[in-house]
Ligand binder design. Structure first.
Ligand SMILES: [Zn+2]
Length: 107
């Protein structure tokens, strides 16, 4: 999986990341090129998780409970859209600029 740095706009592999901090949704990684700290948008990550589980629950309800398919089918479609949109919009954002910002700007 390739990530793009929000500070220097270079692409890097998640395997190249040597520094990380935080846990779960608030995990932050350090760009191997410019040392800026990068994190995910937490509300988007929550929307993705809520959409995913909401879709799974709606699909299971529609499958196991008779007569609910007319309600659950649009919910499943909505959940797929929410997950898809939050995935597209989920970019890394800069949490903290690197200490040697000037040296990056001059390149
Ligand atoms: Zn960078």
């Amino acid at each position: 999986m390739a990530l793009q740095c929000a500070h220097c706009y270079k692409h890097f592999s998640i395997a190249k990341v040597t520094e990380s901090r935080g846990k779960g949704l608030s995990v932050e990684v350090q760009c191997p090129h410019c040392a800026a700290w990068l994190g995910h948008n937490k509300s988007l990550a929550l929307a993705k998780i809520a959409g995913f589980y909401g879709g799974v629950i709606a699909a299971a309800t529609g499958y196991f409970v008779d007569g609910t398919a007319t309600i659950t089918t649009p919910l499943v479609i909505l959940a797929v859209i929410v997950v898809g949109l939050s995935h597209i919009m989920d970019h890394l954002k800069m949490v903290e600029a690197p200490a040697d910002d000037a040296s990056v700007a001059n390149k």
